[in-house]
Write a protein that binds this ligand. Structure first.
Ligand code: NI
Length: 166
């Protein structure tokens, strides 16, 4: 197990699309374990491959551990199969953009399909913070960041801090 360095905005690797995971081997299992350890240490609730410089379609998340009930999830090649028309706005943070609060409107419920480390393909309906977190992490795999989704007032509020990071 190892804590990996987390890339920070505006690192260009955060903007690259990721390629699918095609092999589940010891190296990938080690990466996933390291990503969970890194996420917990940060501390955060989600971490995607490109945030640790790995341009593969995987993320880890655990939306309940801070409340004392860990539920680690490792998602390979995640896809959103369905999204509710209803949206909800939550304030998101990103370990790659520390100190920036991002109010983002996203579908309130999604159906997520992913492959786990055993190679099983799973599907689950997610709601609440889990739905928001999975969408945020999946965006990372397409080079998209939560700051891209701000409305104009929120973007204006965040822009001095973002400019200072560049
Ligand atoms: Ni993020």
């Amino acid at each position: 197990m190892a804590i990996l360095p987390i890339l920070r905005f505006p690192d260009p690797r955060l903007r690259l699309p990721c390629t699918p995971v095609t092999r589940i081997d010891d190296a990938l299992r080690q990466l996933a374990a390291d990503m969970l350890e890194t996420m917990y240490a940060a501390p955060g609730r989600g971490l995607a491959g490109p945030q640790v410089g790995v341009l593969l379609r995987l993320f880890v998340m655990d939306v309940t551990w801070k409340e004392g009930t860990p539920s680690p999830r490792i998602c390979l090649n995640p896809e959103i199969l369905a999204a509710s028309p209803e949206t909800v706005t939550r304030t998101e943070g990103c370990l790659s953009i520390p100190g920036i609060d991002c109010p983002v409107a996203r579908p309130a419920e999604i159906t997520l399909r992913w492959t786990d480390l055993t190679g099983a393909v799973l599907e689950q309906d997610l709601s609440g913070f889990a739905a928001t977190c999975a969408q945020h992490e999946l965006d990372h795999l397409n080079g998209r960041l939560c700051i891209d989704l701000l409305d104009e007032p929120a973007r204006a509020a965040a822009s001095p801090a973002l400019a200072a990071m560049a």
